[in-house]
Design a protein around this ligand. Structure first.
Ligand code: PEP
Ligand code: MG
Length: 538
């Protein structure tokens, strides 16, 4: 038995077998071999295994999300049959007498680089495919079982760190909890864990070399502890806590259908945040009044090219239809900083949180922005859509956005495509936007306060930096004063204002927010009912 302390990202408790995720490049060490043909046979076997896995993934994806989305797995199978690629690996094994993992990693990177240097955007994006298949091959060669979480039983995922794009690709049904050695409680990976309703701890000082797949792990987000190979008594206690938590959740369900109203009759809207189409289920299960933040950028992560207008339209339409006449606020692409997509070629930056992200990308790569706006406007016919724009710092930006929206409307009009003009709002998440919120309020229909970034930029603390978690204080008087200023600014202009950052779910502040006149709080689906309970107690 070993016990470790970490930082809780999502309060909840789970127990189950570990699946240790190791990054492929951590496993690639150059070692000498004596029998090249035997090594090539080993590569060959892993190739077959990789192709079989891809076939299974293809079938699963085709059944769940349709053949168009599954096609990538078919393409990967074909790439694994490419003779130039395989011959280059075999020839390196023979000439340098090195292990298959190393040869595959070296050749894979060489091929990926050839694609990455091409002129054509489509061909450039294939670099990520080459890296993907190479990593799969290496994982199979080194016997790591991480590839197919799809096939594993529900498990506690243990990793050094997880990126948002890795997290977004995981099959939620198979994850009992996340435990990572690094990571900040304010990162998007943490936010995803909260949205997925999954107990999660970061900053847990585990030695991943010592944890083997299948070892029993208790991830206790209530105490902030992780126990590896618990004693029988500890396992029994964990089972009891899990049952208690289930009972608490069951009691909360009794609040479904009830109003979000205080004893003295103040109403507030309680909405939910989502990261993908699949999350709508949790919104409905928890009886949220609407969707206050759909982080659309997650549609752009974990893939090798931009989602097309049609793909986006289908995703937005699905969410809108599932929500009926309830409001759905879709935020336009907020990629960059920790949310990376290789195909957008965002490059390395000294200060990514202060860098090329969100609306800055959309106002530069207007074709990417317009594609999303077309998909959004087309989908507006299927429900109660609002659109909001992230990371605003100036009136000029909002004017530019509105001009682009106008152009897109004209295009659709000319094509005879129908749409219902959605409400348009902006996120207030920079101190600059706070200071000019009166002018901004004139231009838009609503504000949604992004307290995660607002705290980061107000306190000059990188929300990704795990060393600063103790300094990142969203209760700082400067942050609370800004929230009050935003609420007053919006109301002076007759506009409504919500909070969609994580602070909206902070039950210690619910009363303060209601007193400030905040009209809507949008929280992770699992916090909707606890928040309703809190409001009804006030
Ligand atoms: C925020 O900054 O508070 C927010 C809601 O957006 P994100 O966390 O996605 O940056
Ligand atoms: Mg933000």
């Amino acid at each position: 038995m070993q016990k470790f302390s970490g930082k809780t990202v999502y309060r909840g408790i789970a127990m189950g077998p570990a699946v240790v995720l190791k990054k492929a490049d951590e496993q690639v060490k150059r070692t000498g071999i004596v029998d090249a043909e035997a090594e090539i046979a080993r590569v060959h076997k892993s190739l077959e295994q990789s192709k079989e896995q891809l076939q299974q993934l293809y079938e699963k994806a085709a059944a769940e999300v349709g053949e168009a989305h599954a096609a990538v797995f078919e393409a990967h199978q074909m790439m694994l049959e490419d003779e130039d690629f395989l011959e280059a690996i075999y020839s390196m094994i023979r000439s340098e007498m090195v292990n298959g993992e190393y040869a595959a990693a070296t050749i894979g990177e060489k091929f990926a680089q050839i694609f990455a240097d091409m002129e054509d955007d489509y061909m450039r994006a294939r670099a990520a495919d080459v890296r993907d298949i190479t990593n799969r091959l290496i994982r199979n060669l080194s016997g790591s079982q991480q590839t197919d979480l799809h096939a594993a039983q529900p498990s506690v995922i243990v990793a050094e760190d997880l990126s948002p794009s890795e997290t977004v690709q995981m099959n939620k049904e198979k994850i009992l909890a996340f435990v990572t050695v690094h990571g900040s409680t304010n990162s998007h990976t943490a936010i995803l864990a909260r949205m997925m309703n999954i107990p999660a701890l970061v900053g847990v000082p585990l030695d991943l070399e010592k944890i083997k797949d299948g070892m029993q792990v208790i991830a206790d987000g209530i105490t902030g502890e992780v126990i590896v190979e618990p004693t029988a008594a500890q396992a029994l206690e964990a089972e009891k806590k899990i049952a208690d938590e289930r009972e608490k959740a069951r009691l909360l369900l009794e609040l479904k259908g009830k109003e979000n109203v205080t004893h003295d009759g103040k109403h507030i809207q309680v909405f939910a945040n989502i990261g993908g189409v699949g999350d709508v289920r949790y919104v409905l299960e928890n009886d949220a009044g609407g969707i206050g933040l759909f982080r659309s950028e997650f549609l752009y992560l974990g893939r090798n090219d931009l989602p097309t207008e049609e793909e986006q339209f289908q995703a937005y339409r699905h969410v809108l239809q599932a929500m009926g006449d309830k409001k759905v606020i879709i935020r336009t692409l907020d990629i960059g900083a920790d949310k990376k997509a290789d195909y957008l070629h965002l490059g390395q930056e000294e200060n990514p949180a202060l860098g090329y992200r969100a609306i800055r990308i959309c106002l530069t790569q207007t074709d990417v922005f317009k594609t999303q706006l077309r998909a959004l406007l087309r989908a507006s016919m299927y429900g109660n859509l609002s659109v909001m724009y992230p990371m605003i710092i100036s009136v000029d930006e909002v004017r530019k956005i509105l001009d682009i929206v106008y152009e897109v409307k004209k295009e659709l009009d000319a094509e005879g495509v129908s749409y219902k003009m959605p409400e348009q709002g902006i996120m207030i998440e920079t101190p600059a936007a706070v200071m000019i919120c009166d002018e901004l309020a004139e231009l838009v229909d609503f504000f949604s306060i992004g307290t995660n970034d607002l705290t980061q930029y107000t306190l000059a603390i990188d929300r990704q930096n795990e060393k600063l978690d103790n300094f990142y204080d969203p209760h700082h008087p400067a942050v609370l004063k800004m929230i009050r200023m935003i609420a007053e600014g919006a109301h002076r202009c007759g506009k409504w204002v919500g909070i969609c950052g994580e602070l909206g779910a902070d039950l210690e502040l619910t009363e303060t927010f209601i007193k400030m006149g905040i009209d809507e709080l949008s929280v992770s689906p699992s916090m909707v009912l606890p928040l309703r309970k809190r409001i009804r107690e006030l």
